[in-house]
Design a protein around this ligand. Structure first.
Ligand SMILES: *Cc1c(COP(=O)(O)O)cnc(C)c1O
Length: 233
């Protein structure tokens, strides 16, 4: 077994244990393997153990892998990086999910550019849950209005919420942010039952995120190792 495969099994065991501890069904939590900057061979290793959903941040890096892995029929690609408007077309054409939607202009472009032969693009609304100035994501007060705008775009399908919390060692602060996300998610699903995905939790905090209701943890480092420097995009 390769190192990636060993790491992957360990992460799966952590997710299993976190679900048991939180009293949640294992099927309620999906694992997104974040393969950004890592080669297609590592993705293939992970796929061989049953992993189908992969997250990418850098478009060029991602497109090369998507192309190299076209023989894997049920592989599912999630774009999880910041998205500039001149790159929306490639995302609309090549990805199954966009997890970082926070601007109407981007949404309209994706809606127009999604190829008719493909099903609607699944999108998550990114929330700036820590209210940091420099951070992507809409404010928590804007969620319902933004969801309503997105609901009028037929080539997008709003599936839920995503956040990257503050980088902090203060577990209580982190927990407060995850719990606010959980409440926002409940409010959203009350109006849009299909928007029930809550994407939060990374290598260092997946257990806490699962305890706070996460339905998708995004794990990079603990599966694929420390990141390579991304090539200029
Ligand atoms: C890189 C990245 C991850 C994975 O983070 P790790 O700490 O390496 O597990 C998760 N989510 C997003 C949005 C990322 O950019």
């Amino acid at each position: 077994m390769s190192t990636v495969q060993e790491n992957y099994k360990e992460v799966c065991a952590r997710v299993d244990a976190a679900c048991i501890k939180a009293g949640r069904e294992r099927q309620q939590v999906r694992l997104l393997a974040v393969s950004k900057t890592k080669p297609a061979d590592m993705v293939r290793d992970c796929y061989q153990l049953g992993q189908t959903a992969f997250g990418e941040n850098y478009l060029q890096d991602a497109l090369e892998k998507i192309d190299a892995l076209r023989d894997l029929p049920d592989i599912e690609w999630h774009f999880i990086g910041p998205l500039q408007s001149n790159k929306t077309k490639a995302v609309a054409e090549n990805f199954h999910w966009l997890e970082t939607l926070d601007r109407e202009k981007i949404a309209r472009r994706l809606n127009d550019q999604r190829p008719p032969a493909l099903p609607p693009l699944n999108v998550l609304i990114q929330i700036n849950i820590s209210d940091e100035d420099q951070k992507s994501g809409i404010s928590s007060t804007e969620v319902q209005a933004f969801a309503q705008t997105l609901a009028s775009l037929p080539r997008l399908k709003v599936r839920g919420l995503m956040c990257i919390p503050e980088a902090t060692d203060d577990e209580q602060r982190l927990q407060q942010q995850f719990e606010r996300m959980q409440q926002l998610s409940r409010d959203l699903t009350a109006r849009y039952p299909e928007a029930n995905v809550l994407s939060m939790g990374m290598s260092s905090d997946l257990e806490l995120a699962i305890a706070c209701g996460s339905t998708e943890v995004r794990i990079g480092t603990d599966i694929f190792g420390a990141r390579n420097t991304p090539a200029a995009q």
